[in-house]
Design a protein around this ligand. Sequence first.
Ligand code: NDP
Length: 485
Amino acid sequence: MSENKKNLTTSWGAPVGDNQNSMTAGYRGPTLIQDVHLLEKLAHFNRERVPERVVHAKGAGAHGYFEVTNDVTNYTKAKFLSEVGKRTPLFIRFSTVAGENGSADTVRDPRGFAVKFYTEDGNYDLVGNNTPVFFIRDAIKFPDFIHTQKRDPRTHLKNPTAVWDFWSLSPESLHQVTILMSDRGIPATYRHMHGFGSHTFKWVNAEGEGVWVKYHFKTEQGIKNLATDVAAKLAGENPDYHTEELFNAIENGDFPAWKLYVQIMPLEDANTYRFDPFDVTKVWSQKDYPLIEVGRMVLDKNPENYFAEVEQATFSPGTFVPGIEASPDKMLQGRLFAYADAHRYRVGVNHNHLPINRPKSDVHNYQRDGQMRFDGNGGGSVYYEPNSFGGPAESPENKQTGYLVSGVAESVSYDHHDHYTQAGDLYRLLSEEERTRLVQNIVDSMKPVEKEEIKLRQIQHFYKADPEYGTRIAQGLGLSVSKEV
Ligand code: NDP
């Protein structure tokens, strides 16, 4: 017997005498309740799952680092971006959106692209997607939108009628729908896609001057996508294809990398730009705001334990550090609440104490207690503020900067907004082959829609984006572009 052999123990540390035979009343007798090791083993097993994420349930994660390659201190005082060559450790989680934890990777769906930078000023989470825009611009529509992406409550099946009904009645979705139905709607791997912060954020420099900012991670592996039929075959043969591919690439030393760029908009431009720069269904044209290089992200280490590091990782777009702030983007404002709230429910109020979420910088605050508080809970230190005992105190130099708001406080409709120009720009940017596949994907997806009214309404949106786009989809569905619906 090896000298290092460890005793199997219960969770309270007592050696277990028998882990193969439960205690019974004799050879044929019933099992005894006094076998508390058995009781604990079964009870713990029953509780092995935490609730899966309502969205982005299926995912894969990796560790890596970010290295600054360009001086952006004119725009932000964020310490992890303060010096060319500076490296910051990070953790990333890629995901699909609509499927459950065991669902297939190679489906047509946006991909989550969530990065946690462990900076010296605390964690910074950039919780984005592989698309620069989103389906809706107001968080009040999010639960309804996701209901249409999930299973029908009666049949427990995906429901294309619900999907297209919602989209046709929410024309702001058209731009993202066009991206989703294009070739980039099914990436070849997690490594062969871009990442975007999607929202507009605010950067603030050491002088307190702000700019609006958008983030673009450009894959160094190049964009590669899966043909729809290949993806469908893979979904059956290997539902974990993307998860496996990422793991194997990193395990084999083929470390994926992305260049991070930003677009910078002077604050005052927001008042006059031809699109609302805080509308997440729109991009800022790169002709107006060209990409500025910031740095490089490299993924070089697989998680040691999926549950501990990937399932328990909690990202929130509100996890800011000094130098990076929120914008009035309505969808972002909703996410600032919803993500942290989801994690308090799913993982617990002390989720930021878990090793994967814990900042690598020191944490000093007056939060105490709560379920699963497993550090010293502040010991005997002062537990309220203000105090006369030298407890941690605010640092006014880290106050967030203000921005001017105006208007009437009410539920503001966006119906007058242009839903069509950028979707059309994207259509016109595609090659003839890409357009043909886009139209085919949409036609295939819309065919099962039960109500003709929904199809006609949606065809009008495509038509308004580009007459050719709408006409081709109408033809594919055996319908014509209606002026009526
Ligand atoms: P630009 O020509 O300056 O930029 C076009 C952008 O589109 C590039 O980022 C390019 O990224 C991307 N792109 C190229 N081919 C495709 C494709 N097949 N599917 C999806 N994206 C593609 O034009 P604008 O900035 O004026 O934007 C025009 C349209 O491009 C927009 O309406 C939007 O739909 C789309 N787009 C714009 C982005 C932006 O931030 N401005 C970002 C992504 C898309 P790449 O170099 O990787 O091919």
